[in-house]
Design a protein around this ligand. Structure first.
Ligand code: ADP
Length: 393
């Protein structure tokens, strides 16, 4: 049995889970939130025991110190050296990292360089890595990239029809994200139903960020996010696919800089931008019930875009055996799942509305030719699995 930490560092937060591997038992889970603020929040759970505190948390290093102190204080570890591996979620692995990798100086430099294509995520992922290196120097650090699971996509799925020189010069291609989540979905379908039912899966990760993945025999063959996590579906505040010519048009007419335009597309679009109500599906559904026409429109576009990709990926897979909903919306929103599935009759998809309402694991109707599943995602577990695999080599 070894103890492995799974880390997901954001710009102002750090989610962690301590696992006993290979049992995959969660010993402690928690969140350091509002990093960089006087009223930083730290919460963690050991078994059923919950702890919460508010205090200044100036940076990621301070956050990591809190995590280590909590693990020691709670008695889950007696010494820091018991943590043999730390797995870090890293957003962008570029062309360089098709698999998870043990972190050394070289890898850190590469993650840093990839900040040019992932300015919002890679630098904060690196801040988390550096903080652990400083405070847990004996543990081996592993980078688990969002992009790696999609490295099996064929060129026809990942190349953009731009001048080839940009692919060579800047690595401009589709990479895809949420790899840990889609990989987990595959592993669960495979574990419960075996290889045959897992041969052709469409995994819909619908959270604040959202992406769809076509998985054939355990390998990603296409996914809706692209060079960055902005492409594909309508998301909470991200626009997803748009005609690229819209970008210079708005920049010119609204006198926006590329940076300001990036903010519009990442933070002011999606459900929020269309509805004017909220980025949260629950709020938009509520506004729709109250007769808000823009909320109604936003949800129509949101659902339509999911249906569009499911159709496209059923074609990529040449069929469909299992359709999976996961992440915040996918796991909890029966109305969204129901609306998406209403237009999938041509694929043989039907759902049992009562099972759907109850958020059951299997929600397909009796006559459905396709299994329709609700699977709570577990990206942290994939990070822990990858980490323990690599450090046991
Ligand atoms: P993230 O992409 O930030 O990891 P999550 O996967 O946690 O996000 O999903 C967060 C989103 O899930 C929220 O913004 C909200 O829209 C949605 N959500 C959570 N619970 C529900 C629910 N019961 N009904 C509809 N949407 C929900």
């Amino acid at each position: 049995m070894v103890k492995v930490l799974s880390i997901n560092a954001g710009s102002s937060s750090l989610k962690f889970k301590l696992y006993s591997m290979p049992a995959e038992e969660v010993l402690v889970s928690g969140l350091v939130d509002r990093i960089g603020h006087q009223d930083g929040a730290f919460s963690y759970k050991v078994g059923d025991e919950k702890h919460e505190s508010v205090q200044p948390i100036e940076d990621h290093t301070k956050g990591v110190q809190l995590v280590i102190d909590a693990l020691l204080d709670s008695g889950v570890i007696k010494d820091k050296s018991e943590i043999v591996g730390v797995g870090h979620r890293v957003s962008h692995g570029g062309r360089k990292y098709e698999k998870s990798v043990e972190i050394d100086e070289n890898v850190e430099n590469e993650i840093d360089k990839l900040a040019t294509v992932s300015p919002l995520h890679n630098p904060v992922n690196l801040a988390g890595i550096k903080a652990f290196e400083q405070l847990l120097p004996e543990a081996r650090d592993v980078a688990v990239f969002d992009t790696s699971f999609h490295s099996t996509m064929p060129p026809e799925a990942y190349m953009y029809a731009l001048p080839y020189e940009y692919y060579e010069k800047y690595g401009i291609r589709r990479y895809g994200f949420h790899g840990q989540s889609h990989q987990y979905v595959y592993s669960e379908v495979q574990r419960k139903f075996g290889d045959a039912q897992a041969a052709k899966i469409i995994s819909c990760h619908l959270g604040n960020g959202a992406s769809i993945c076509a998985i054939k025999d355990g390998k990603s063959v296409n996914t809706s996010m692209g060079f960055t996590p902005l492409a594909g579906l309508v998301m909470g505040t991200r626009c997803g696919d748009i005609d690229p010519n819209i970008i210079p048009f708005i920049e010119e007419n609204e006198h926006l800089s590329p940076d300001e335009m990036r903010t519009v597309m990442n933070k002011k679009s999606g459900l929020q931008g269309l509805s004017g109500v909220s980025n949260d599906v629950r709020d938009v559904l509520e506004a729709e019930s109250a007769g808000n026409d823009r909320a109604k429109l936003a949800l129509k576009v949101y659902v339509h875009q999911i249906q569009h990709y499911v159709g496209a990926y059923a074609a990529d897979l040449n069929g469909l055996e299992t359709l999976v909903f996961t992440a915040g919306v996918g796991e909890h929103s029966a109305p969204i799942r129901s609306r998406v599935c209403k237009q999938l009759g041509y694929l043989g998809v039907t759902i049992d509305e009562q099972k759907n309402k109850n958020n059951e694991f299997e929600i397909q109707g009796r006559d459905s030719k396709v299994k329709v599943l609700v699977i709570p995602t577990d990206e942290e577990l994939v990070i822990a699995r990858e980490t323990s695999r690599i450090i046991s080599k």
